[in-house]
Design a protein around this ligand. Structure first.
Ligand code: SAH
Ligand code: SF4
Length: 379
């Protein structure tokens, strides 16, 4: 009888404590964990043979039982403003998008957490694709690995660093892939790995309250919340999870998160501007009153249309009038910059990449262009 080959452990997805535990479990010293994390994430090395501070015997042992396997890059492309995009194939054959956006001395990487999304926000094309799977830790941190390796390591040298910020704003709802996202973020923050500061890693959520409460107990990364409406009746239509966790419950959970931080930081509210839906002066005034109840800044995002959507983007004048009302009340409000036409052409044309398990996607064909969502992230 032929024996099934033992599945190798993918060391790419192990946090420092888990890497140390792995080495202890194979009879090695704990410090091997930090060595391995550095080889992978700071040197970009995936071949055990090149890990020169490991003995020959250990390298041989590792080859038998382990591997360092990043997601496979199936497409990469630049646009004229320096934005770079990778399409990565993950286990099961689906593809996810990772986008790098340079802006002055900042380089922001927009990372996906799931293939598709189960939450079905009415203006989001990822939601319209339906849900396929949670990404593994290796697939999430693998996006940072691929980008950091492309730009040249080490990333820890702030002069040379190319990926200065990470935002969990790609495909998927990060709080619905909680454990994997938390582990991946821990590698982003880990000094032996990417060493990013907790202010430069942002998790964006549509408001999965119980998991936001859990998050408050395990991390201090920056928080962005997709608000999109200042009252429950409108938010129920745009962000269906609001029916389960309405605004006052969500706000309590955000306050609890902010209170748990060791520094004074604000939540960033994302508010996608939808023509004739959530962009009136009256709603701006309602949003202003709501925003006074919490430490926040507001990021107005022009809606990015996709085929099959019933929404349109608010006019530039409407967006600025909406912003003015909030500014006059003393709020910090940014409007996401619009990008050149070539970006629209280069990105967001990824038809049929999600093998939808919910069958929702039959109505829609495109994946949301994540580059459109991630401007004006807190520095
Ligand atoms: N699931 C998480 C993170 C991914 S979505 C969340 O909802 O926060 C990242 C941001 O893009 C969210 O604020 C989301 O509301 C916004 N977004 C989704 N579709 C959009 C579209 N078509 N145009 C502009 N922003 C969009
Ligand atoms: Fe999912 Fe976020 Fe899109 Fe809503 S906006 S469907 S939570 S990815």
């Amino acid at each position: 009888m032929t024996q099934k080959p033992v599945e190798k452990v993918n060391l790419l997805g192990l946090t420092l404590p888990k890497m140390e535990a792995f080495f202890i479990s194979i009879g090695e010293k704990k410090f091997r964990g930090a060595q391995m994390v550095k080889w992978i994430h700071q040197q970009g090395i995936t071949d055990f043979e090149q890990m020169t501070n490991l003995s020959k015997a250990l390298r041989e042992k590792l080859k038998e039982i382990a591997e360092v396997r990043p997601p496979r890059v199936t497409f990469e492309g630049d646009s004229s403003d320096g934005t770079r995009k990778w399409l990565l194939e993950v286990d099961g054959g689906s593809k996810v998008e990772t986008v790098y956006i340079p802006d002055g001395d900042r380089g922001t990487l927009c990372v996906s957490s799931q293939v598709g999304c189960s939450l079905d926000c009415s203006f989001c094309s990822t939601g319209k694709q339906g849900f396929n799977k949670n990404l593994t830790v290796a697939e999430i941190i693998g996006q940072v690995f691929v980008a950091a390796r492309f730009f040249g390591l080490p990333v820890k040298d702030s002069q040379k660093r190319s990926v200065t910020n990470v935002v969990m704003m790609g495909m998927g709802e990060p709080l619905l892939n909680f454990d994997h996202v938390v582990d991946a973020m821990s590698l982003m923050l880990e000094d032996q790995a990417y060493g990013l500061s907790k202010r430069r890693v942002t998790l964006s959520t549509s408001g999965v309250v119980p998991n936001l409460d859990k998050l408050a107990r395990v991390t201090e990364v920056a928080l962005a919340v997709s608000l999109h409406a200042p009252n429950d009746s409108l938010r129920n239509q745009l962000v269906p999870i609001n029916r389960k966790y309405p605004i006052h419950i969500l706000f309590d959970s955000i306050r609890n998160y902010l209170d748990g931080l060791s520094d004074k930081r604000r939540v960033t509210f994302e508010y996608t501007m939808l023509k004739g839906v959530n962009d009136s002066d009256e709603l701006a005034r309602e949003l202003s009153e709501l925003a006074k109840t919490i430490r926040c800044k507001i990021n107005l995002i022009p809606f990015n249309p996709f085929p099959g959507t019933r929404y349109e983007v608010s006019s530039r004048n409407r967006i600025y009038a909406f912003q003015r009302i909030l500014l006059n009340d003393g709020h910090v409000v940014t409007v996401r910059k619009t990008r050149g036409d070539d970006i629209y052409a280069a990105c967001g044309q990824l038809a049929g990449q999600v093998a939808d398990k919910t069958k929702r996607s039959s109505r829609y064909i495109q994946i949301q262009d994540v580059t459109e969502r991630i401007q004006d992230i807190p520095r």
